[in-house]
Design a protein around this ligand. Structure first.
Ligand SMILES: [Zn+2]
Length: 411
C-alpha cells in the first residue's frame, strides 16, 4: 500500500492506480448501488413506487397505456408454448442486459420456460425498461401473466436515483415471476394456515386489493405447497401500510438505529475518514468497498431489528416449513428461486416435476419421503395422514386433514 502510494505521488505520468477513486466517482457509485437489505427496505416502505393500477381512489381501472384493462389483466394467463419473447428498452446498458440474462437463465435452467429475443412477428412480448415516468412505478410488473393482444408486457426497474430499485437480480426475478403469472404467495387462500397477519398493526399490505386472493396462476389450484421462502412471498414489513401511530413508531425506531437510507452517505464518509481510507481528496478503493460493506451489514441488522419489532405477520407454520426455509429466500443464494416456486412454474407450464422414487409405495398408508412431491401426488396423501410426521405434510390439500381435522373428500 505504502509503496503504491509513493509511486502515485512520484510517477506523474503513470496510469492511475485502479484502487483510487475520486470523490465524484464515489458519489456516483454510492448513488447507483443498493445493497440487498436496502432493496428490502425500499420495498417494505413502498419507496419504489406503487403499481399504476393501485391509484389513490382505487377507482382507476385503466393502466397508463392503451389496451390493458385491469379486469382483463387479472386472469390466469400463461405464455404460449412457455416461450417469452423479450426486448430491452434502449436505455438498458450492457451490464444491466447481462444481469437480466442471468435472471432468465436462472429460471430457464430449472423449468421449460424459454426467453428469446423478440422477432417482428412477436406482437406480445416482455419489455424491460427503466421508464418510471411512462409506467408510474419504480419496481413493478404491469399486470400479471400473459395477456394476448396487449403488446408490451412491461417490467419496470427504475433508476435508483429516481427511487426505483435499479436493474438488479432481486427485483428483476421477483417481477419476472409476476410476468410469468405467479401472484404473491401471501395472497393464497390458505395463508392463514401458515402466517398470522398482524391486522392490528396494518391498514393493508400496500398492495392492490390484497384481500382478493390469487388471480393468475393459482398456487392452490396448482397444488403447490405454501412457501414462505418463495421469491414472491413478502418479507415481514415489505409493502407494509401501518396504522398511523405504528407508522410513527417505526420511523422513530429506524431513525434511532441510524439505518434510514438517507444516512448511508454520512456513514460511508465517516467510515472512510476515520479508517484512514482517503489520500488527499481521493478515496482508496479497497477502503471504499470495505465501508460500503460495513454499511450493508449495519443496514441489514437494523432492518432485521425492525422486522423483529414490527412484524407484519408471524409464522403459524403447522409443518415448520416457514421456520425451516426462512421468510422470502433467506436460506438460499439470492439469485435462486425456491423449490416450490420451481414446482409452480413447471406445474403451470407443463415443465418437469419430480417423479415417484418408489412408485409401488404410493397410497400405502405410510409416508415415503421420496414420493412426497407434486409430481408424485404427495405419495397419494400418505404424508398428511393423522399418523404422519407434521413436517412431512406439505400437500396444501392435505394440510386441512392433518392439522385442522378436515377431510379431503370434497375435493
Ligand atoms: Zn410483487
Amino acid at each position: 500500500m505504502a509503496r503504491a502510494l509513493l509511486w502515485i505521488l512520484t510517477g506523474a505520468t503513470a496510469s492511475p492506480d485502479p484502487r483510487l477513486l475520486s470523490m465524484e466517482e464515489m458519489e456516483v457509485d454510492l448513488g447507483s448501488r443498493l445493497v440487498e437489505s436496502e432493496l428490502t427496505y425500499g420495498q417494505m416502505r413502498g419507496s419504489f413506487g406503487t403499481p399504476p393500477w393501485l391509484g389513490e381512489t382505487g377507482g382507476n381501472i385503466t393502466l397508463g397505456r392503451t389496451g390493458r384493462k385491469l379486469g382483463a389483466a387479472k386472469g390466469a394467463r400463461l405464455w404460449p408454448g412457455a416461450i417469452v419473447p423479450y426486448q430491452f428498452a434502449e436505455t438498458i446498458d450492457f451490464k444491466e442486459w447481462q444481469t437480466m440474462q442471468s435472471v432468465f437463465s436462472n429460471i430457464s435452467s430449472v423449468t421449460n420456460i424459454q426467453f428469446v429475443p423478440r422477432k417482428a412477428v412477436d406482437t406480445d412480448y416482455l419489455l424491460i425498461t427503466e421508464d418510471m415516468e411512462t409506467y408510474g412505478c419504480g419496481c413493478c410488473s404491469i399486470g400479471l401473466g400473459y395477456l394476448k393482444g396487449s403488446g408490451a408486457h412491461v417490467l419496470v426497474l427504475g433508476p435508483v436515483s429516481e427511487g426505483g430499485c435499479g436493474v438488479n437480480h432481486i427485483g428483476g426475478t421477483h417481477e419476472l415471476l409476476h410476468i410469468l403469472g405467479l401472484a404473491h404467495t401471501q395472497n393464497r387462500p390458505d395463508r392463514c394456515n401458515y402466517i398470522d397477519v398482524r391486522t392490528d398493526l396494518l391498514t393493508g399490505w400496500g398492495e392492490w386489493r390484497v384481500g382478493q386472493i390469487t388471480g393468475a396462476a393459482d398456487w392452490f389450484q396448482l397444488r403447490v405447497p405454501y412457501d414462505c421462502s418463495s421469491y414472491v412471498h413478502y418479507y415481514q414489513l415489505q409493502g407494509a401500510f401501518w396504522k398511523k401511530g405504528v407508522e410513527k413508531q417505526v420511523d422513530d425506531y429506524m431513525g434511532k438505529q441510524g439505518c434510514e437510507s438517507g444516512q448511508r452517505g454520512k456513514f460511508v464518509n465517516s467510515c472512510l475518514v476515520e479508517g484512514g481510507h482517503t489520500q488527499g481528496n481521493r478515496v482508496v478503493k479497497e477502503g471504499y468497498e470495505l465501508c460500503v460493506d460495513r454499511w450493508s451489514k449495519k443496514h441489514k441488522s437494523c432492518v432485521d431489528a425492525v422486522i423483529r419489532r414490527f412484524p407484519t405477520f408471524k409464522p403459524i407454520d403447522p409443518n415448520g416449513k416457514c421456520k425451516a426455509n426462512g421468510i422470502n429466500k433467506e436460506k438460499r443464494e439470492s439469485w435462486e428461486i425456491s423449490q416450490y416456486d420451481t414446482w409452480a412454474l413447471n406445474a403451470a407450464y407443463g415443465g418437469p416435476l419430480p417423479p415417484c422414487q418408489r412408485p409401488g409405495k404410493v397410497g400405502d398408508g405410510r409416508c415415503d419421503r421420496g414420493n412426497n412431491n407434486l409430481g408424485c401426488g404427495y405419495d397419494g396423501g400418505d404424508c398428511c395422514l393423522p399418523g404422519a410426521k407434521d413436517r412431512d405434510c406439505i400437500d396444501p390439500c392435505g394440510v386441512r386433514l392433518k392439522f385442522y381435522g378436515g377431510s379431503n373428500s370434497e375435493l
